[in-house]
Design a protein around this ligand. Sequence first.
Ligand code: SF4
Ligand code: SF4
Length: 375
Amino acid sequence: MSDQILKPDLEFTKEIIAAGGESLKKCYQCSTCTVVCDVTPDRKPFPRKEMLYAQWGLKDKLLASPDVWLCHQCSDCTAHCPRGAKPGEVLGAVRKMTIQEFSSPSFMGKMVNDSKFLLLLFAIPTIIFLFELFIQGHLTNGIPRIPNGQLMSYSLMFPPTLYIDTVFVPVAFFAAFMFFKGIKNYWAAMSANYPAPPRKDVITPLAETVREILTHSVFEKCGVSKDRSIAHKILFYSFIGLAITTTLAASYIYVFDYNGPYPQTNIVKWIGNVSGVAMLIGITMIVMNRIKNKEKVGAGSYFDWFFIVVVYGVGLTGMLAQILRLANIPVLGYPMYFAHLVFVFVLFAYAPYSKMAHMVYRTTAMVFAKYSKRS
Ligand code: SF4
Ligand code: SF4
């Protein structure tokens, strides 16, 4: 018989409830959720045991677990739970807390997930870009003159090398470093909590995980919200397309010394526009799916909607800025481009603390699960 004594942490239970798992106390451990889940491993399956851990407030067992990320929030369990305990939502709340637990600095995690700080989060890039306009004299001298016979160009207002070199390169390094720190801490915590015999190499689990992510093979097992797999796939590939666009645009600037504007037939435009439209379609499908299944899976938390609004902001301001440039309406085009830069900053600078971090934490958990022979 085990002599381990479990100490309930009711404060942690309250934190899960506050993070969106308010229904967790309704669970009476019938296990229906575990039976209907198509993605759980046979050994120590989820999510019934996580519901028990959550009721007892067993923080280490939840936050240092790969299982909460092996759940892809298809909500089949929530739809079938006879008590309305919404296990899918509870695991979603725990994932959000995992990001906050392992990300640093910790105050950033709290700010990004608290609506009280929303204005401040947007004020930071707004002030940075206003300062850039100020040092170029655009705040005092007005909109730059467009040379005769030429269409407006955003590089007249914001030389790309200025905002890329002074803002987005540091933002990219900041986000990458914070992701690295968070993932390192998370991996160490999982290793301490699941001391299973590891495989010899991490490359094979990583390759298997990448293949699963590219094909969305786990998502496709969803029952209740099957459309979510298609929507998620579109959004995922749109981000890859936008990453390719950014890389190509940076090559034009730094290798070929060309700052645009690009003709509509240019490859950068093609990939950027297709990816931008795909991003808006994907996020709209996700929202529609949420609304359609609201009764069964819940409406989502501030954490979910912050990400959705920012993705919409990036896509819509990007598309409108381009249309206004082609229509040669600088008085609307420049503010729209300004707003686009602010949204892009918010998406990437706060990525280690927002729902964007799902991509990185879930990948890590999937690799760890294969590495430690959990799945
Ligand atoms: S969450 Fe619902 S389905 Fe799962 S064990 Fe609890 S009561 Fe049963
Ligand atoms: S939300 Fe879906 S994947 Fe997650 S535990 Fe429930 S049934 Fe399994």
